[in-house]
Design a protein around this ligand. Structure first.
Ligand code: UD1
Length: 368
C-alpha cells in the first residue's frame, strides 16, 4: 500500500538543514499521506556537523547519500547536481523538498525542476538584499523555480509578491526550526550543559561565527573579537568553533583577565541548553537569531543586515554591524533591553504539520 503514496524526497546537506528536515520528516510520518524519504548530499560530513544531529533529533537514516564533501561553490554545487540527477531519474519522486539557503538547496532544486519534478521550498522569501552573501543568491534562485513556497515570517510574503511570484504558490506556514526547538527544549535542559561546563545560569555569553565575510580574513576577525574580549572580562564567553572559522583561529587564546573559551562544535541539544540559560548570544548565524527570539535571550547579530527582520521587530535581536564600535553599542543595547519579546506569528511548533497538510492536499494524497 505504502508504494502508492506520493514520494517527497527531502534534501539535507548542511547543519542548519537538519533541524528543519527533522520537523518536516516527523510531521510527514504522523500525517501518513505522503512517503517522506531523505537524501543527504554530504555537504557537511564531520560527525559533530552531521550524524550527531541525526541521532539527537531522531531523523530517519537517509536512504541516499551523495557524499559530495567540501569544495568551491562551483565544484560543490556542480557535484551535487551531477550526483543527484541519476537518482531523480530513477526514483521520480512526486516532489523534491528543499530547506533553507545552502548550496545543497539550490543545486537540488535546479536538478529537480529541469527534470520536471516540482520543488517545495521551506523557508522561502527571506531576503538580506546583500548579493555578496552566497546564501542570498541561493534564496532568490530557489524561490524563482519552486512550485510551493513555504514562508516562515511575514517579510517573506512581501518579498515574494514584489518578485512577481503568484499568490497561489505562496503559503505562510511558520518556522519549522522552531518546531524542533519546542520539541527538544526539555531534553536539552535535562542535559544540564551549562552546569557541566561550570557556568551559572544568566552569567555567561555564547558566541558563534562562521560567515565567510566575517571569518575568512584574519585581520577582520581579530578586530571583531576585540569587543567580544571585553565581554569576556565581565563573564565567560563560550565559543564553539565552526570548521571554517577554526582555520583562522589557530593560535587564538584568552589574554590576561579574559575568559574566552573555544570549544569544538556542539550537538544540537547541548547548544540549545547553553543558549537557553545564556545572558547574551553573539552570532552571525541566521537560525540562532530566530532561536534566541523564541528563547527570549538577548542576541547581538554580527552582520550588516539580516534576512530575518521579525527577530528585530518582535524578538530579542540587535543588529550590530561588524565594526568594533557597532558591536560594543549593540551589546550595550542588548544587555540593557528588557526581557520583553513576542513570539512571531505562527512560530508555534506546528509549521511542519501545516506544510505537510498543504502538500498532501495539493498532491491529492489520500493515504491509501
Ligand atoms: C554552509 C552554508 C551556510 C550555513 C553553514 C552552516 C553554503 C553556501 N553555506 O557554510 O549558509 O550557514 O553551512 O554551517 O551552503 N568543513 C568541515 N567539515 C564539515 C563541513 C565543512 O571541516 O563537516 C569545512 C571545510 O573546510 C569546508 C568549510 O568547512 O570547506 C566550509 O564548508 P561549506 O559547507 O562549504 O560552507 P559553510 O561555511 O559550512
Amino acid at each position: 500500500m505504502t508504494a502508492t503514496k506520493p514520494e517527497v524526497l527531502m534534501i539535507a546537506g548542511a547543519r542548519p538543514n537538519f533541524m528543519k528536515i527533522a520537523a518536516v520528516a516527523s510531521a510527514m510520518h504522523d500525517d501518513g499521506r505522503l512517503r517522506g524519504t531523505i537524501l543527504h548530499t554530504g555537504q557537511h560530513y564531520d560527525r559533530e556537523m552531521s550524524d550527531l544531529f541525526f541521532e539527537q533529533l531522531k531523523i530517519p537514516e537517509p536512504e541516499i547519500r551523495l557524499g559530495v564533501g567540501s569544495g568551491s561553490h562551483a565544484s560543490q554545487t556542480a557535484e551535487i547536481m551531477i550526483r543527484l540527477e541519476p537518482v531523480l531519474l530513477e526514483r521520480r519522486p512526486a516532489v523534491v523538498l528543499v530547506v533553507g539557503d545552502v548550496n545543497s538547496t539550490i543545486a537540488s532544486a535546479l536538478v529537480a525542476v529541469k527534470l520536471g519534478i516540482p520543488v517545495a521550498h521551506v523557508e522561502a522569501g527571506l531576503r538580506s538584499f546583500d548579493r555578496s552573501m552566497p546564501e542570498e543568491i541561493n534564496r532568490v534562485l530557489t524561490d524563482a523555480i519552486s512550485t510551493w513556497l513555504f514562508v516562515s515570517e511575514r517579510s517573506g510574503l512581501t518579498h515574494l509578491a514584489a518578485e512577481g511570484v503568484g499568490a497561489d504558490k505562496i503559503h505562510f506556514t511558520g518556522n519549522v526550526m522552531i518546531d524542533t526547538l519546542m520539541r527538544c527544549r526539555e531534553r536539552a535542559a535535562a542535559l544540564g550543559t551549562p552546569g557541566k561546563m561550570g557556568l551559572r545560569a544568566n552569567g555567561y555569553a555564547v558566541m558563534t561565527l562562521h560567515r565567510p565575510s566575517n571569518v575568512d580574513e584574519a585581520q577582520r576577525l581579530e578586530a571583531m573579537l576585540e569587543p567580544i574580549r571585553e565581554v569576556s572580562r565581565e563573564m565567560p564567553v563560550i565559543f564553539p568553533v565552526h570548521p571554517r572559522t577554526r582555520k583562522m583561529l589557530t593560535g587564538l587564546g584568552a589574554d590576561e583577565g579574559e575568559d574566552l573559551r573555544l570549544t569544538e562544535p556542539l550537538g544540537y541539544l547541548e547548544f540549545l541548553g547553553l543558549m537557553s540559560e545564556a545572558r547574551l548570544v553573539l552570532t552571525d548565524s541566521g537560525g540562532i537569531q530566530e532561536e534566541t527570539t523564541v528563547l527570549g535571550v538577548p542576541c547581538v547579530t554580527l552582520r550588516e543586515n539580516t534576512e530575518r527582520p521579525v527577530t528585530i521587530t518582535e524578538g530579542t535581536n540587535h543588529l550590530a554591524g561588524t565594526s568594533a564600535a557597532g558591536i560594543r553599542e549593540a551589546i550595550r543595547a542588548a544587555l540593557g533591553a528588557g526581557s520583553g519579546s513576542r513570539i512571531p506569528e505562527l512560530w508555534d511548533g506546528r509549521a511542519a504539520e501545516r506544510i505537510v497538510a498543504i502538500l498532501a492536499s495539493e498532491l491529492g494524497a489520500t493515504g491509501l
